[in-house]
Ligand binder design. Sequence first.
Ligand code: NAP
Length: 266
Amino acid sequence: MNTRYHSAMNLQGRTVLVTGASRGIGRAIALRLAREGTAVAVNYHHSATDAENVVALIHQQSGRALAVQADVGDAGEVRAMAQRITRDLGAIDILINNAGVLARGDLADFDYTQMESMRRTNVDGLVHVTRAVVDGMKARGFGRIVNLTSIAAHGTTLSGTTFYAATKAAVITLTRRFALELGRHGITVNAVAPGFIQTDMATGGRSPAEAQATIDAMAARAMVRRTGLPEDIANAVAFLVSPESSFITAQTITVDGGRMDYIAHP
Ligand code: NAP
């Protein structure tokens, strides 16, 4: 890779926790930050083999990484995970709250149990993990936190995402409030709002033909006429945890190729 670019990031010696890093966007973030020289904790919920594969890829590049199982919605599991990472990898300097789920539903077909389970991961999970790492960051006077929201929170027109959008709107608000609380301790808190990114979440449960039709439809709604790759999001996250962005906090960076289908803003 380009070594001048590598040194510009200057993340050598930092330890990062990426939640939901076994697949999709989290996986790309873990691989990218490992390339920048960080030691990476690869959190997962169910996909142990996928998480171990991410760790193996990082080891192949002579990086440091550890797979750690925890349900982010369970505060006890999250605390145990943070302790293990600190012991085995190092004090957590950078947190990427990426783990998330999409339970489809609109007003007409609201399912409380499903929606509560989604909120538990997307909102409570973010709070649990942030609380588990933030005291250490405060004590050291340094921290970088990036939360994964979605353009759904800005008000896209995609059906089936009404309550998912609400959980992601909460992520934006928590980003701003945590930034307000933590800025004086040398901790920045920002969010990234992806558009349509080709992962299991975006295309899962569809036949290859249906998935391609969805990709084509979403590409047509973006100014740059393509859908995103997990690496597009990893690039934005890498910038937000780098020294170059130390004066940026409480912000949401939208990475959506210029999506045009926003409610009431055609
Ligand atoms: P994905 O492919 O479905 O992967 C989700 C990841 O989150 C997996 O690693 C999964 O772990 C983990 N996860 C789920 N529930 C968890 C829990 N309770 N505890 C710990 N880990 C958990 O999703 P993705 O598309 O990469 O999405 C990543 C983030 O970006 C999410 O927050 C999502 O809302 C957001 N986003 C995605 C898109 C998109 O188009 N893809 C757009 C906007 C925003 P296991 O593998 O172990 O289950």
